[in-house]
Design a protein around this ligand. Sequence first.
Ligand code: FES
Length: 90
Amino acid sequence: MTQPLTPQSDSSKCIRVCQNRACRKQGAAKVLAAFEARLIPGVTVSGCGCLGQCGNGPIVLVLPERIWYRGVRPHEVPLLVEQHQHSLKE
Ligand code: FES
C-alpha cells in the first residue's frame, strides 16, 4: 500500500473503490470485497467508475478526507480501515 496522494475536504462519509477496467485487472474486485467484509456503521462502501488514476490501481478514495490510496491489496484493507476508522465514525 502506498501513502495517500492528496488530502482535501468533502462532506460525505464513504470509501470508494474504483471498479473500472484498469483497476479490475489489478484486483479491485477483491479489494472492494475486503472493504465490504469490514463494514463500518454510517460509512458507505461502494465500487465506482474510473477515478482518473489508471495504472496505479486498485485506487481507493476515502471521504470526507478525500485521501487517495493506490496499489491497494486485499490484505492491506484491515489496516487502511483501522487508520481511518476514527474519522469515519465522527
Ligand atoms: S481504472 Fe481505476 S482509476 Fe481509472
